[in-house]
Design a protein around this ligand. Structure first.
Ligand code: E4P
Length: 217
């Protein structure tokens, strides 16, 4: 499973990218707004830090303007994935941009039929929003499972990018049902390495090691 970081905070991205475990980045207009910075500059900076796909979202609503915005964003760097919403205009824009060789991430996916359309439109990534479905008492993970089955039935190359992840459990479940990518907020990503028994075990090992009076270096 690939890990993308779901943030536009460059300090967080630099810090996590240094672990070598970050395969890409996703941003959205809300995450960019949180930084208070210029959109294009932030995306340029992220692309200079992370070699994998960096999602940058269009904000136009009609396909013609989305395509123009997408072309501008795609020029920022080779690893840009233009993010378009799952609307008919977004699907038209996806088809056009994908036809020009641009990676497209179709976002705001909440149903398997929407995901089927995105794959047919040539999307590189489909972003089903797990957390937002769970918020309204629907099952986000069931959606990932359904999309996995449909994509496998027809050998669609579109990657399933589990989005709106809120917890470590979401990451585990998405991996179990076969999502290709999880885009994870920095705090959740850091938390994946934590376990109280790891901390306790390490403390005991080090206490016993100290008693030996030895050093490795
Ligand atoms: C995905 O690309 C989105 O940026 C993100 O995962 C949305 O998550 P949220 O529902 O926590 O805002």
């Amino acid at each position: 499973m690939k890990f993308f970081v779901d943030t536009a905070d460059i300090a967080e991205i630099r810090d996590l990218a240094a672990t070598g475990l970050v395969d890409g980045v996703t941003t959205n207009p809300s995450l960019v707004a949180k930084t208070g910075r210029n959109f294009i500059e932030v995306i340029e900076e992220i692309c200079s830090v992370v070699a994998g796909p960096v999602s940058a979202e269009v904000t136009a609503l009609d396909s013609v303007a989305m395509i123009e915005e997408g072309r501008k964003l795609a020029k920022i760097a080779k690893n840009i994935a233009v993010k378009v919403p799952l609307t008919w205009d977004g699907l038209r824009a996806c088809k056009a941009l994908a036809g020009e060789g641009t990676m497209v991430n179709v976002t705001l996916c909440f149903s398997a039929n929407q995901a089927l359309l995105a794959a047919k439109a040539g999307a590189s990534f489909i972003s089903p929003f797990i957390g937002r479905l769970d918020d309204i008492n629907l099952d986000g993970m069931e959606l990932i499972h359904d999309i996995r089955t449909i994509y496998d039935n027809y050998d669609f190359p579109t990657e399933i990018l589990a989005a709106s992840i809120r917890s470590a459990n979401h990451v585990k479940e998405a991996a179990l049902v076969g999502a290709d990518v999880a885009t994870v907020p920095p705090g959740v990503l850091r938390g994946l390495a934590n376990h109280p028994l790891t901390d306790k075990g390490l403390e005991l090992f080090l206490a016993d090691w100290k008693k030996t009076g030895q050093k490795i270096l």
